[in-house]
Design a protein around this ligand. Sequence first.
Ligand SMILES: Cc1cc2nc3c(=O)[nH]c(=O)nc-3n(C[C@H](O)[C@H](O)[C@H](O)COP(=O)(O)O)c2cc1C
Length: 201
Amino acid sequence: MKKIAKTEIGKFSYFFPCQATIVTSHYKGKDNAMAVAWHMPLSGDPPLYAVGIAPSKYSHGMITGSGQFGVNFMPFNHAELVAATGGPSGKCLDKFDAFMLAKDPPLITDVPILSAAYVAFECILEDSHVHGDHTLFIGRVVAVHQAPEAFNEKGQLDMKRVQPVLYMGSDRYVKINRYDINLFDRKTAADNLIGKKNNDG
Ligand SMILES: Cc1cc2nc3c(=O)[nH]c(=O)nc-3n(C[C@H](O)[C@H](O)[C@H](O)COP(=O)(O)O)c2cc1C
């Protein structure tokens, strides 16, 4: 594709879509939930998961204070709930009460696990770094809560049963209604492209 190159970056939203999650926290007897699209796995062994949260968010203080957070992956039929937790601040509103959020008990931490999530991680804060206008909270995953019906025997999400909440920015959400799984064996793919180059050359 022919691209226009520029150095004035401006609104930096070209990377969407991202999966939108709900990050939960518990501090001084209070629960909170916020929508988070900036998150990623950092390490398989030990299992580390990172979330990017702006210092102005109420959750930021709760995670810093408690040293814990939860990451809840929601099915698309709860996309409106994801959006709702990304609006008002937990400083002014008890989102668990206002949105009637049902929760399951955590195994290790005190963070609420959302009953509607198809999978949720309990994380203990290992480290945090401020980068620009967000803080990267790095958590060790100490417990996983997983709905067995959402995954196949290999532990892969079965999107015929559960559609993830994909976020496109600017309040736009994508539901995956139809999809094709394409299997590209990585060695065969590399050999194919090298063979094509040799044939073309
Ligand atoms: C889909 C979606 C994704 C969001 N992702 C992030 C994010 O990754 N990091 C962040 O700091 N805020 C993000 N936000 C904004 C917060 O969720 C929002 O400001 C929320 O009200 C903060 O809640 P709190 O103040 O109770 O912590 C997102 C909002 C939406 C709707």
